[in-house]
Design a protein around this ligand. Structure first.
Ligand code: BG6
Ligand code: MG
Length: 221
């Protein structure tokens, strides 16, 4: 039996921080007098800070303004997450990461575009559960590029066939597929097209459910 791995995204998968990223972009958009709502924000999920800004503006404002506005959005985000506590951990996440940690046949990694990922993990005392953590500071190529997930699989020492990614973002599902990995989407099946399975949240799956995805993939090979 091969060793298997689960690579989790952070924002919107493990922790309810996607709403704080949205609030940060919304505050900046309001200040700049730009229309911005949750629907527009959906496209930004999973992208790097810089790519999110460009997507929000619909154009490149030039280096100085881009750096200033990215910094501004991050300051808002840090203010919002300043008081974050374990109540923001999403349903089923704690149970699943604990189950994986206990099982000798499985490893788990965290792969997030966010440069704040390690800060959030540390704040919520979650770092200890992961065999590897990859964040936005480790590669210039953010999702939908598969670089973050490929690096996470490499750190786990597992081939891409033996890992499954868990994602809430369209760009994240695309990144996992570009890396030829299986992917579980959390959210709206109409948005997360391409995922092998779409669930509401992690309370709807356990390790045996994830194991069945690998058996199904092996049977179809
Ligand atoms: C992703 C979020 O995880 O990280 C995006 O889904 C966010 O919304 C991106 O923009 C970058 O995060 P940060 O913390 O580096 O600005
Ligand atoms: Mg996410």
């Amino acid at each position: 039996m091969n060793m298997h791995g689960v690579i989790f995204d952070l924002d919107g998968v493990i922790v309810n921080t996607a709403k704080f990223h949205y609030k940060g972009w919304k505050k900046l958009a309001d200040k700049l007098g730009l229309p911005f709502d949750e629907e527009k924000n959906e496209k930004l999920k999973g992208l790097s800070r810089r790519d999110s800004l460009l997507a929000m503006l619909g154009k490149d404002p030039g280096e100085d303004k881009a750096a200033k506005w990215c910094e501004e959005k991050n300051a808002y985000y840090l203010e919002f997450v300043g008081q974050i506590d374990k109540s923001e951990i999403l349903p089923g996440a704690m149970e699943l990461v604990r189950e994986i940690q206990k099982d000798k046949g499985w490893k788990q990694a965290l792969a997030s575009s966010s440069k704040n990922a390690k800060l959030i993990l540390n704040k919520l005392d979650l770092t200890k559960y992961f065999d590897a953590v990859v964040d936005g500071s480790e590669t210039e190529k953010a999702k939908p590029d598969p670089a973050l997930f490929l690096l996470a699989a490499k750190k786990l020492g597992l081939p891409t066939d033996d890992v499954v990614v868990v994602e809430d973002a369209e760009s994240g599902v695309a990144a996992a597929r570009a890396g030829k990995m299986k992917v579980i989407g959390l959210g709206d099946p109409k948005i997360l097209v391409g995922a092998d399975l779409v669930l509401k949240d992690l309370s709807q799956i356990d390790l045996s459910g994830i194991g069945r995805l690998f058996s199904k993939a092996a049977a179809s090979r």
